[in-house]
Design a protein around this ligand. Structure first.
Ligand SMILES: Cc1cc2nc3c(=O)[nH]c(=O)nc-3n(C[C@H](O)[C@H](O)[C@H](O)COP(=O)(O)O)c2cc1C
Length: 322
């Protein structure tokens, strides 16, 4: 399949695995890239720039295909060493970076000078246009359905993607709620040049996370996610669990007085305990509504082959209706 995204990134299929905290390790990124998509290492999961350099080298040992690194700019108590991470990316020969969270302007000059393609992930048309205007090469448009941070506008992809298509000149991929060949065909019909998936790639054999997490995704339905931290304007879509219920109860009880410190037990330091130790109720963790469409744990190769076969089947079958 050839789209502006496959051409720009040098990949076989327009399917990207988005950065995921404590999920996007070299094993998953390499498996997605080896299957013809674009795998992504999550930069900030690595505690230091030197650790990121090692992770990039590990990934390089597992694949000779292109892969990306995600750099997330989120409100953090101590700012991470972004210049160090950028240096590890450039020195490691990585040619694609996914940025997210905030305007990536601070890292663009160093990345562009090194010939790195920058895909900025954002949740609105106005932020996509801003990304285009500052020189990003592509955007990943993340709809309200998405796992993680959907922003505060609440626009689902059936509206957001065609709006983005009407306004953008640079290529974009559809993100949020994507799971299968139907998602890919729909994303392309709505104007995207491919799709980005997070939650779906967690439920794969190569995702280096605890089996409890994968089983939870298989068991959950589309009704099982919750939006937390909305009063702090840092909305996150998470899988419903004991911690999300505790957190939402605090939001209700404290109302406008809610502060980050009130919910720190439910959000801080949660990811390694969930993803590595499989402690499912220790805190809140990102999960998309698309969990309702996940009912198996294939390899990345099986998943991507199945997506492409289904997409092709749909296009053939539907064009016969004309
Ligand atoms: C467990 C998990 C962790 C995530 N961590 C990050 C992250 O650290 N940085 C980031 O930019 N996006 C993160 N995301 C968002 C994904 O990259 C992707 O944009 C999102 O999952 C797409 O929606 P979907 O889950 O419906 O496919 C995370 C998503 C999940 C499910």
């Amino acid at each position: 399949m050839k789209t502006r995204i496959t051409e720009m990134l040098g990949i076989e299929y327009p399917i990207i695995q988005g950065g995921m905290h404590y999920v996007g390790f070299a094993e998953l990124a390499a498996a997605v890239s080896n299957a013809g998509g674009l795998g992504t290492i999550t930069g900030l999961t690595q505690p230091t720039a030197a650790d990121l350099a090692n992770e990039i080298a590990r990934c390089r040992d597992m694949t000779d295909k292109p892969f990306a690194v995600n750099l997330t700019f989120l409100p953090a108590l101590a700012a991470p060493d972004y210049p160090g991470y950028v240096k590890a990316i450039v020195d490691g020969g990585v040619k694609i970076v996914e940025t997210a969270g905030r305007n990536p302007e601070q890292v663009l000059p160093a990345l562009k000078d090194a010939g790195v393609k920058v895909i900025h992930k954002c949740t609105s048309v106005r932020h996509s246009l801003k990304a285009q205007s500052i020189g990003c090469d592509a955007v990943s448009v993340d709809g309200f359905e998405c796992g993680g941070h959907p922003g505060e506008d609440d626009i689902p992809n059936f509206i957001l993607l065609p709006r983005a298509a009407d306004e953008l000149e640079i290529p974009f991929v559809a993100s949020g709620g994507m799971a299968d060949g139907r998602s890919l065909v729909a994303a392309m019909a709505l104007g995207a040049d491919g799709m980005n998936m997070g939650t779906r790639f967690m439920a794969t054999r190569e995702a280096p996370i605890h089996d409890n997490v994968k089983q939870a995704l298989v068991a959950a339905s589309e009704l099982d996610t919750r939006l937390v931290m909305r009063p702090l304007r840092n909305t996150e879509r998470v899988l419903n669990n004991a911690a999300s219920e505790r957190l939402l109860e605090k939001e209700k009880r404290l109302g406008a007085d809610l502060e980050f410190d009130d919910i720190i037990d439910e959000v801080a330091g949660v990811y390694p305990k969930v993803m590595i130790d499989g402690e499912m109720d220790v805190g809140v963790w990102s999960c998309g509504m698309v969990t309702g469409l996940i009912d198996d744990i294939p390899s990345c190769q099986e998943l991507i082959d199945r997506i492409m076969a289904q997409a092709e089947g749909i296009l053939r079958e539907r064009s016969a209706c004309l």
